[in-house]
Design a protein around this ligand. Sequence first.
Ligand SMILES: Cc1cc2nc3c(=O)[nH]c(=O)nc-3n(C[C@H](O)[C@H](O)[C@H](O)COP(=O)(O)O)c2cc1C
Length: 227
Amino acid sequence: MSSIPRHQLPLVSASGAPGGMPSHEDMILDVASCKPIDAYFALVDVVNPRPIGWITTVNDAGRVNLAPYSFFNAVSGRPPMVAFSAAFKRDGSKKDSHRNAEMMGEFVCNAATSTLIEKVNLSSKELPYGESEVDLTGLSLLPSLKVKPPRIAESPVHLECKVWKILPLGDKPSAHLVIGEVVVFHISASVLDHKRRVDPHKLQTVGRHGGDWYSHATHLFELKRPE
Ligand SMILES: Cc1cc2nc3c(=O)[nH]c(=O)nc-3n(C[C@H](O)[C@H](O)[C@H](O)COP(=O)(O)O)c2cc1C
């Protein structure tokens, strides 16, 4: 049996070579020695398209907060669970979504769809704590059934979530994973097919890539699972 020698290729950091790396060379990043920002760029450039969780929370004064998170995914089917990862703000404090989810134990995840993507992006603006991105974007709110954070009326899908756990990530955490159990699904009839399953042609969620790149789910295809 052949074995692949460890460190077969040189381990270099993206910014390690004088004048930067020539574009025709493979990039190999040793996370132990590269700059954290280079590892971050590599991560978001290759792990994609990422779904976007568009998160509504409230604080103890009832102020509504809205922000997009693309370190987001479904993480369990039974019970249904989703999670988003919130880094710290530039000043080292918790982001408002994280702070509110921790304080109130609830959040709502709204679907980030093609027609809403400009507002999704606008809602990422860092406003002072307690100021609402909902006012900034001009979106409207609907009450939720089992949690206090409201739903974004313009979005066709809302997941009402109870916080299950918040995990610090890493030894010196720069982010926290907020895991929520979905207690109510709201799915608009406008995105359902005749079998009452979501038609992806109708839902049109947007994917997040590296840099300023996004993608539309316009080239859909079906593939059967192996028997
Ligand atoms: C599409 C998109 C995805 C984002 N994903 C994340 C993410 O996964 N984690 C994070 O900490 N910030 C992410 N951000 C930045 C936050 O949305 C931004 O810091 C925002 O101000 C946080 O708001 P909050 O403090 O009200 O929670 C993202 C921004 C955009 C536009």
